[in-house]
Design a protein around this ligand. Structure first.
Ligand code: WT7
Length: 663
């Protein structure tokens, strides 16, 4: 964070009160803070009671073995039953669950398909039966690598129905990234599609699965079956005995499937996220606590009225936002939602606003990076659409700067809609810090306060709470239901990454450290300032510096590399790489190197700038001083270089050649 941003925040004095009608009818009112404060466990037990349990829990929070907390132990439930069947049983089978909108638009209009809860129940049952007959049993892992089509959600729910944890890998990731995730969690089956539509053109997925399968085989892991949805009609290579078409296996399966109730702590899914080492972390979420908090926060923060609201979250199901706020939260609540396959600006810049107008979307959830890109285009395009159905706007993924917040509220929300700036992480599973739309007098740029039942603080290096008006590290001071349970296969890394930084006085479990810096303003409201570790946030996607450095160094031209996230007006942060070339490497190889990162990790990790430098700034112990490189990348002068082994190096670097690799 730059000093500039800090001082901007300090002087922000705009306030937005909740609309009176919303406040009067809100699902959650101000008394919820007192209620949760008085008895946190009773508060979460009440939230868990919004779900259907096959067997009630004995204990709300089991904290016998910190930091391995358990929630609702002894309880049994089925997540898919909660997201689908129970709504049908309650007489809401005809309610639309998904208004799916495909990217292609023809003379007849956009490709689209509505699925009611009754239809969703049939399809999830068919998929569960098909996966069973492909050999998937309770506890087996299934990897999902799919475009944004209803079958992706159907597959996730079918896995949940069987108690087979899924790991969804973002469709933009490369075969190598897919393979490493398949190997790490030992996925037995992969569900994919021939391809998806991206900016009007079919974009293949199956070839990456084929390649990932052979990479995994090389490492000794066998993927037994690949289930393939025909979406684009692209040619696909086919291996009999392994590859199976969805329309052969799923469409022909029975629509009857009896869900089994699983333990509250049964694994629901593994979601990979970047860490500070090159190896991605498999964040494990379990069933009861996760579903409780995902569903409750969705109902609370979006004030969901399932009979009348139309909700739309623009995230991809390959990220945790898609898991908690497209699949599990909204469906557990019986919501009607839009699911859109494509890009925001295809075939025209107003595509999103057209969808909001056509589907009469009332609740809209997106990321600051998207808002900033629309801001750049001006208000003319959204102004051509009737957006008056909107009643609440949400933001997630990175800090939303006050300008973007006010633009969002004014141009998209017509100054009627509260904006909820929701802070959470892959690890937290659900929203943790956010305004309540019917309660909070919101400030643009601030996530405001921990939600009822959540306890957070900002602490200094020693773990002491900082006073109002000061900044420090954001910590969560007590366990919460949807918290990660561990890192898949690596309990020690779970302890070291999240619980070692702020231990209690006896060296035991203290606070959960989120990795973010934050500030308490004069009123005690929270401003999240971004990540303090060597992880960056590009367009709301978390990327690790080390992963990209490893990719660069794997290229024969590269001797050494250091990567930093530099503040970027469009994407929040942008990847900037400093590279030392090997002798004999061609001089202008920046483009080749950035393409290499693209194939190794994926397009979002591709450096925006690559600087070829003669040296890297290192401390005497050999640790690269990324702070200095960030200063340089963000156009600040080179500050304190006293801890460098060789203080003249920064001048050498600053004078060095910088090359842009922007498309
Ligand atoms: C990191 C988590 C939450 C799902 C999407 C990203 C940043 C997230 C906010 C916000 C400021 C935010 C944090 C956090 N972040 N939301 N409202 N204000 N920063 O999930 O990939 O796990 O990233 O995103 O830095 O630690 P993720």
């Amino acid at each position: 964070m730059t000093e500039q941003t800090l001082s901007n925040l300090l002087h922000e004095n705009r306030r937005f009160e909740p609309p009176a009608e919303l406040a009067a009818n809100a699902n959650v009112k101000a008394d919820a803070y007192d209620e949760a404060g008085a008895d946190r466990e009773a508060f979460w037990a009440k939230a868990a009671d919004r779900l259907s349990w096959a067997q009630r829990w004995d204990r709300v929070l089991d904290d016998d073995n910190p930091p391995f907390f358990k929630w609702f132990t002894g309880g049994k439930l089925n997540a898919a039953y909660n997201c689908v069947d129970r709504h049908v049983e309650a007489g809401n089978g005809d309610r639309v669950a998904l208004h799916w909108v495909g990217e292609p638009v023809s003379d007849q209009g956009a490709e689209s398909r509505d699925l009611t809860y009754a239809q969703l129940k049939d399809e999830v049952s068919q998929a569960a039966n098909a996966l069973s007959s492909l050999g998937v049993a309770t506890g087996d892992r299934v990897a999902i690598y799919m475009p944004m089509i209803p079958e992706a959600i159907v597959t996730m729910l079918a896995c949940a129905r069987l108690g087979a944890p899924h790991t969804v890998v973002f469709g933009g990731f490369s075969a190598e990234a897919l393979a490493s995730r398949i190997e790490d969690c030992g996925a037995k089956v992969v569900v994919t599609a021939d391809g998806g539509y991206r900016r009007g053109a079919p974009s293949a997925l199956k070839p990456a699965v084929d390649e990932a399968r052979s990479i995994a085989a090389g490492a000794g892991h066998t993927v037994e079956k690949v289930l393939v949805v025909r979406r684009t009609g692209q040619d696909v290579a086919w291996e009999d005995g392994v590859d199976v078409w969805w329309h052969d296996a799923v469409a022909t399966a029975s629509t009857e499937h009896t869900p089994e109730a699983f333990d509250a702590e049964h694994p629901l899914y593994v979601m990979y996220t970047s860490g500070t080492t090159g190896k991605p972390k498999g964040i494990l979420h379990t069933t009861g606590g996760y579903l409780t908090q995902a569903a409750f926060t969705h109902w609370e923060v979006f004030d969901l009225k399932p009979e009348t609201d139309v909700y739309w979250c623009t995230a991809d199901i390959g990220w945790v936002t898609g898991h908690s706020y497209i699949v599990y939260g909204p469906l557990a609540n019986g919501a009607t939602q839009v699911l859109y396959e494509g890009t925001p600006d295809y075939p025209e810049r107003g595509r999103w606003w057209r969808i909001i107008e056509e589907k009469k979307v009332t609740l809209f959830y997106t990321a600051p990076t998207a808002i900033r890109s629309f801001m750049k285009q001006g208000h003319d395009i959204p102004d051509q659409h009737d957006l008056s159905s909107l009643r609440i706007l949400g933001s997630v993924g990175e800090p939303i700067n006050p300008e973007a917040y006010v633009w969002y509220r004014h141009v998209i929300g017509g100054d009627r809609t509260p904006v909820v700036d929701t802070w959470w992480q892959t690890e937290t599973g659900a929203m943790m810090i956010s305004p309540l739309p019917g309660v909070t007098h919101a400030k643009p740029g601030s996530a405001m306060n921990p939600l009822p039942g959540v306890t957070a603080d900002v602490v200094d290096d020693e773990g002491h709470p900082v006073p109002n008006g000061s900044g420090g590290y954001l910590v969560l001071t007590q366990p919460w239901p949807s918290m990660l349970r561990t890192i898949w296969g690596d309990d020690q890394r779970y302890i070291d990454t999240y619980w070692a930084r702020f231990r209690d006085a006896n060296g035991g479990q203290g606070y959960y450290f989120a990795g973010d810096g934050a500030k308490k303003d004069e009123d005690g409201d929270l401003w999240v300032l971004g990540r303090v570790d060597d992880v960056m946030n590009v367009s709301g996607h978390r990327l690790s510096t080390t992963e990209i450095e490893s990719a660069l160094v794997s290229h024969p031209y590269v001797a050494e590399a250091a990567v930093v996230g530099a503040t970027d007006a469009d994407t929040g942060q942008a990847v900037v790489a400093y590279v030392i070339l090997r002798e004999g490497a061609p001089e202008s190889c920046e483009k080749e190197l950035s393409d290499h990162v693209r194939t190794q990790i994926g397009p979002i990790a591709k450096p925006k700038r690559i600087m070829i430098v003669p040296e890297l700034p290192k401390t005497r112990s050999g640790k690269i001083m990324r702070r200095l490189l960030r200063d340089l990348a963000e156009g600040r002068g080179v500050g304190d270089t006293t801890t460098l082994a060789d203080s003249s190096i920064m001048e050498l670097i600053a004078a060095g050649k910088a090359a842009s690799t922007e498309d």
